[in-house]
Design a protein around this ligand. Structure first.
Ligand code: AMP
Ligand code: ZN
Length: 473
């Protein structure tokens, strides 16, 4: 087991308490995180992708603090209906019907596309990707447990969870249940309360579904909320440390996850609920997969942007703030990102000074990240550090390497802004070679003269102990 850095306090904003809390894991030295994954009936849009950047930051920070992290991201490849009210079509089946491909092909294709997207964004793969369709027996078992605790009832179209029987239903969202259920129409599905949700849906009698399974209640497929809980129980245990997702999941999906999990086990399901705020197109328009107004990572690449510049853009705002996306905003982010990398490229690792100051930057950077993942503050500190004349290149590069391990901006990879890579002409390299020889022979006057000549051509020579490099001025 790893030895966690116990001297550093990590605070996280917990949606359950609506406040920042000090993080204490269930098992010392270990953290179990679950992140609700995408519904794989289409590409992830850039809003969806934003919701995977902050858990990535969190995970890498926890690892830096010495925790062993077990992280699961799932793929919703079945049962996510077009309406949150358990009506409408299954999105994957619908996409299959529309495209003529099989539901299995559709979900596999978009799951792979999602993996490619997050890889381009330097988001580390979880310990395990789980697929809802691979946990059907566990989901059926969970429904049976809830049934035996009399938390369910059957209707003509499925098995439903009776939210009125779970005393604290809606505590995460601070839902006003009476208000929510007041004046509701008795729904076509025979639901007793508007907030009740399907655990198991029956296959329609007049329709052959591609994804359906036998169950004690009849042939059908699991309700969407069930899968996350079943996979958490199977992969992480009955109580976990951290659960993440977008804010849209608070009132329904996560409220339902808590209800079914805690009714089944009698234990607290999740200690820290972290929710990322939405990426919006402007102050009004949310980006939604079903709304048809979504931009994918590929769209950004096609427009000539770097995927990492998009990551940089997402880190410029706190994960709990709205991020208003525009191509102008992305362009400024990319310009800043490349400028930062150019400055880093020009650092001289042979120069060492300001160790105390560097230690102070180190502390401030860690404090910023440990303060509920304040990435914008950390980015500001990175800029300050890179431009600080009192800190040597060696110290800067050490810190940058360390924090880029968390921010994952590829700050030391200079291959993605080719327009800034300036070839050093052969004549300049020859002047530099001659200068190095004069230097070795302690012929300082000639060595200085050659340095000026090199400088007049727009380049500088950086001397390290046993070698030198020539870079653009
Ligand atoms: P979905 O594929 O719809 O289940 O969504 C995958 C993840 O993206 C979930 O965590 C959602 O909460 C999140 N999400 C959906 N829309 C947005 C958005 N516009 N901005 C940020 N996150 C989003
Ligand atoms: Zn989920």
């Amino acid at each position: 087991m790893n030895q966690a850095n116990t001297t550093q306090t990590l605070t996280l904003f917990n949606t359950l308490s609506r406040s920042k809390e000090s993080f204490v894991p269930i098992t010392p030295g270990e953290v179990r995180i679950y992140t609700c994954g995408p519904t794989v009936y289409n590409y992830a849009h850039i809003g969806n992708l934003r919701s995977y950047v902050f858990p990535d930051l969190l995970k890498k920070l926890l690892q830096r603090l010495g925790y062993e992290v077990r992280h699961i991201i799932n793929f919703t490849d079945v049962g996510h209906l077009t309406s949150d009210q358990d009506a409408g079509d299954d999105k994957v089946e619908k996409a299959a019907a529309e495209t003529g491909r099989s539901a299995w092909e559709i979900s596999k294709f978009y799951a792979e596309a999602f993996k490619r997207d997050i890889e381009l964004l330097n988001i580390a793969f979880p310990t395990r990707f789980t697929y809802a369709t691979e946990y059907i027996p566990q989901q059926i078992d969970l429904v049976s447990q809830l049934e035996s605790k009399e938390m369910t009832y059957n209707t003509a179209d499925g098995v439903y969870y009776d939210t009125s029987r779970f005393e604290t239903y809606g505590k995460l969202a601070k839902l006003d249940l009476d208000g929510l259920n007041e004046g509701q129409r008795v729904s076509a599905e025979g639901k007793r309360h508007k907030s009740d949700f399907a655990l198991w849906k029956f296959s329609p009698a007049d329709q052959q579904r591609q994804m359906e399974w036998e169950s004690p209640w009849g042939k059908g497929f699991p309700g969407w909320h069930l899968e996350c809980t079943a996979m958490i129980f199977a992969e992480l245990g009955q109580s976990i440390d951290i659960h993440t997702g977008g804010t849209d999941h608070i009132p329904v999906h996560h409220s339902n996850e808590i209800a079914q999990a805690e009714a089944a086990t009698g234990e607290k399901y999740v200690n820290y609920w972290l929710h990322g705020e939405f990426l919006v197109l402007d102050s009004e328009r949310r980006m939604g997969k079903s709304e048809g107004n979504f931009l994918t990572l590929q769209t950004l690449l096609d427009e000539g942007f770097s995927a990492r510049a998009y990551r940089y853009l997402t880190l410029m705002s706190h994960y709990r703030s709205f991020l208003t996306f525009s191509f102008e905003a992305l362009k400024s982010a990319q310009t800043a990102y490349f400028k930062l990398k150019r400055l880093i490229q020009g650092l001289n690792q042979g120069e060492s000074q300001g160790a105390d100051l560097a230690a102070d930057y180190d502390r401030r950077l860690l404090d910023a990240l440990c303060d509920d993942l304040n990435a914008p503050k950390a980015l500001g500190l990175i800029w300050e550090l890179v431009q600080d004349k009192a800190v040597g290149g060696k110290e800067k590069l050490e810190l940058l390497r360390h924090y880029d391990g968390i921010l994952s901006l590829s700050l030391m990879d200079f291959t993605d802004f080719p327009e800034l890579v300036i070839e050093v002409p052969a004549e300049v390299l020859e002047l530099a070679r001659q200068r190095w020889e004069h230097r070795l022979n302690r012929n300082w006057a000639e060595s200085d003269r050659l340095r000026d000549e090199i400088s007049a051509r727009g380049f500088v020579v950086r001397d390290a102990k046993d070698n030198y490099e020539v870079v653009p001025e």
